[in-house]
Design a protein around this ligand. Structure first.
Ligand code: GTP
Ligand code: MG
Length: 282
């Protein structure tokens, strides 16, 4: 995906005049969202001088830089409780893979993790996480097929507490944000995780697939209405997705990107770095 700015530069360099509609369309195609696209175009037009491709890129970059906040420290749990991360999103965005990758990342930092397989819908989903948990040697709590995902999360919380684990990460089933009953189920999972510690879950991470572009913004809006999201995991940035949706979601909803998925391998995962994103990825 790297190269959105590069493609802008190539497209608008060496032209006698800027085609403003074309520029706005290109910015929207980069998933930056119509609002930001308009702001960037307005800003450039106001300059009232002859502009080169490099000017377009530097103005766009500056706008993006101002929208992305410096990484904020998350809310911390009480000292004797696990830090709880709830992973949510629509089907197939990369929740289970990201749950495992995040567990691995924390494990590499010397932290202990417990996993909850709260996708009780599909047997294959539990198996998928079981394979990861065995590979990483991380305890996994799972329930009977079709059992209540909230009860799996509750049991996993108890285990994390008992083992004095640093983190509990709960993988959930993919759900369409338009399905009312599934969103109610998610609210119950959220409430249940707060039973022993009202500050839990400390992070609710929405997993969005960068290749779905602007659709991810709509998913973020709807999930955020159901349960308060604290951050994003943006996956498949190794594909055709440009990652502009990170900027659009931050600008409209104030939800920051926390992690990025850069491939299918366990190591293709990193904490989101706004500076690197603006300078290299976008
Ligand atoms: N290229 C690439 N593939 C990814 C990335 N993250 C996940 N995938 C792939 O996306 C597919 C779906 O990943 P899952 O983790 O099963 O997605 P999920 O959100 O748990 O899916 P459901 O549980 O069915 O909703 C798998 O083939 C993953 O290997 C990524 O960052 N890059
Ligand atoms: Mg899954």
């Amino acid at each position: 995906m790297a190269g959105f700015f590069k493609s802008l530069l190539a497209k608008f360099s060496g032209k006698p005049d800027i085609d403003w509609d074309d520029l706005e369309a290109s910015l929207i195609a980069g998933d930056l969202g119509p609002k930001l696209a308009m702001q960037i175009v307005d800003d450039l037009r106001k300059q009232g001088r002859k502009l080169a491709g490099a000017d377009i890129v530097s103005v766009a970059r500056e706008h993006v830089r101002q929208i992305l906040p410096p990484p904020q420290p998350p809310i911390m749990p009480p000292a004797d409780r696990p830090f709880v991360i709830l992973v949510v999103g629509v089907n197939g965005t990369g929740k289970t893979t990201s749950t495992a990758k995040l567990a691995r990342l924390l494990q590499m930092k010397g932290r202990s993790v417990v996993l909850a397989a709260a996708d009780t819908f599909r047997a294959a989903a539990v198996e998928q996480l079981t394979v990861w948990s065995e590979r990483l040697a991380i305890p996994l709590v799972k329930g009977a097929p079709n059992c209540d995902p909230a009860s799996v999360c509750f049991d996993a919380y108890e285990l994390a507490l008992k083992q004095s684990a640093d983190y509990l990460i709960c993988d959930t089933a993919g759900r369409l944000h338009t399905k009312h009953n599934l969103m109610e189920e998610l609210k119950k999972v959220h409430r249940t995780l707060g039973r022993r510690d009202p500050t839990s879950p400390h992070e609710v991470l929405l997993v969005v697939d960068a290749t779905t572009g602007a659709n991810a913004l709509q998913q973020a809006r709807e999930f955020h209405k159901a349960i308060p999201l604290t951050g994003l995991i943006v996956t498949k940035l190794d594909g055709s997705g440009k990652g502009g949706v990170i900027v659009a979601i931050q600008q409209e909803l104030g939800i920051p990107a926390r992690y990025v998925g850069l491939g299918e391998g366990a190591e293709d995962f990193a904490a989101f770095d706004p500076k690197q994103f603006v300078e290299e990825l976008l």
